[in-house]
Design a protein around this ligand. Structure first.
Ligand SMILES: [Cu+2]
Length: 74
């Protein structure tokens, strides 16, 4: 896990809770700061959280209303 980068983890959640995740190898001087958290919810709590999240379409519409421009990918 490197700050500013997207890192993927795969795991099988078996127990609800909040867990600390750590970088798995001594990768450099910032290694001590490479920490994060993962939350495992039961299905009901997860669906409730999910329903409160903004969709990609809503974020684009919101940006458009606020005159925020996106970089064009070529
Ligand atoms: Cu590291």
């Amino acid at each position: 896990m490197v700050p500013g980068m997207i890192t993927y983890y795969w795991f099988t959640p078996e127990k609800a809770g909040e867990y600390e995740i750590l970088c798995a190898e001594l990768c450099g001087v910032g290694h001590h700061a490479m920490r994060g958290f993962v939350t495992v919810d039961d299905e009901t709590s997860y669906n409730e959280w999910l329903s409160e999240q903004i969709t990609f379409k809503e974020s684009i519409e919101s940006a458009s209303l606020n005159n925020i421009k996106f970089a064009e990918i070529k």
